[in-house]
Design a protein around this ligand. Structure first.
Ligand code: G3I
Length: 345
């Protein structure tokens, strides 16, 4: 048995992968066995696609249509199509891992240089989205089944919900989200689903902000298909009741729901902690399966953020060793794996 087989009738099972995962035969075997979807953990983000040298050296040529380099994206497309995996595109428009010079007048490397004006930034945004989406469709049509068009535009600590420090917000304003989705709809291939993706989507205020400021207006325009609930949780510190409320609230809007970056931070490998982790995963998958079965939310994929504990980003981010996933260092199945399998067996 495997994860993807066990969950076949409910939703896709995915994992984030690095370029090293794609070069390592054992990782490839695990990917073929357990998953039918992957997401590039980093390699498809703007910092790996924008061609810094070309743009910075020839701003007059690329000012409103940035030069792009598709080598990294190409490797994800090739690996996915060779291994029969669906690919989630992550991500087009984000404040993070997009170089600061991209937002500056004449692509200046000087941090103090003025922002480019709104018109220029919208042209750059359209050029970027057009370039990426037409490339992937031409190179490997149908492999990418969903795109995180905009990532993390909301900030739970801001009263009005908007992440004001984002250079996209600074240069374009609130409507950067709508423009991004309009451009993505214009250039995406047929059947490619467009997602808004964010973290802490289980917090009541953030859930409301996302529904009111992002999802409803985009639904009105017919330019969005789904919501990505990232799912970076903390053991014994994330309210699954609220998580469920969010799944149902997003489902009620008629959007596809995908859990896009699932992990549960846990700083102990001891049996008791691993048992708690297993219970939490089981509850979470129970919520998702029930919502799908009962027609309350169209959950279409669940992606783990990492293949195994020792590769998780969380150890660096939390500054303590984390054991947040279903598989240990040698891809051994943990109690959490058994628990997730039991939900549907
Ligand atoms: O590219 C540089 C490289 O040149 C340098 O040598 C190396 C030295 O540390 O760093 C490299 O950059 C790293 C980058 O990943 C690319 O590999 C950064 O240090 C590192 O901080 C960065 O972390 C990534 C993080 O996004 C950045 O925000 C994580 O691996 C990745 O798991 C994480 O993923 C995000 C999702 O995209 C969006 N949601 C939240 C999630 C977790 O933060």
């Amino acid at each position: 048995m495997s994860l993807k087989k066990a969950y076949e009738q409910y939703f896709k099972i995915g994992t984030s992968v690095s370029k090293w995962n794609m070069e390592w035969p054992q990782a490839t075997r695990e990917l073929q066995k357990h998953y039918n979807s992957i997401t590039g953990e980093n390699g498809m983000k703007p910092m790996f696609v924008l061609d810094m040298q070309e743009n910075v050296e020839h701003p007059e040529k690329y000012n409103i249509n940035p030069a792009l380099n598709f080598d990294s994206i190409r490797s994800f497309l090739k690996f996915s199509s060779e291994n029969g995996l669906g690919l989630r595109g992550h991500t087009l428009v984000w404040h993070n891992q997009t170089p600061l010079w991209f937002f500056k007048e004449n692509y200046s490397l000087d941090e103090k240089a003025p922002w480019a004006d709104k018109e220029t930034m919208l042209a750059r945004m359209e050029g970027y989205i057009r370039g990426v989406l037409t490339f992937v469709e031409k190179e490997c049509p149908g492999v990418i089944y969903a795109w995180d068009v905009v990532n993390e535009a909301m900030e739970e600590n801001e009263e009005d919900g908007w992440r004001k420090k984002s250079p996209w917000y600074q240069t374009v304003g609130e409507d950067f989200v709508a423009y991004a989705f309009r451009f993505a709809r214009k250039y995406a291939g047929p059947g490619v689903k467009l997602f808004y993706n964010d973290y802490n989507t289980f917090l009541p205020k953030k859930r409301e902000d996302i529904c009111n400021l992002i999802l409803k207006p985009l639904l009105k325009e017919g330019v969005i298909d789904g919501i990505g609930m990232q799912g970076h949780l903390i053991l014994n510190d994330s309210d699954l009741k609220e998580f469920e409320k969010s799944v149902l609230a997003f489902g009620e809007l008629g959007l596809e729901v995908q859990v896009t970056e699932l992990d549960i931070h846990c700083n102990s490998p001891e049996e008791e902690a691993m048992k708690q982790l297993a219970d939490t995963y089981a509850k979470l998958f129970g919520i998702l399966v029930d919502a799908k079965k009962n027609g309350k939310a169209n959950v279409t994929s669940v992606t783990f953020w990492g293949m195994k504990d020792d590769e998780s980003w969380l150890t660096g981010f939390r500054k303590e060793k984390s054991y947040p996933l279903l598989f240990g260092e040698k891809y051994q199945e943990k109690a959490a794996y058994e628990a997730v399998m039991r939900v549907v067996q």
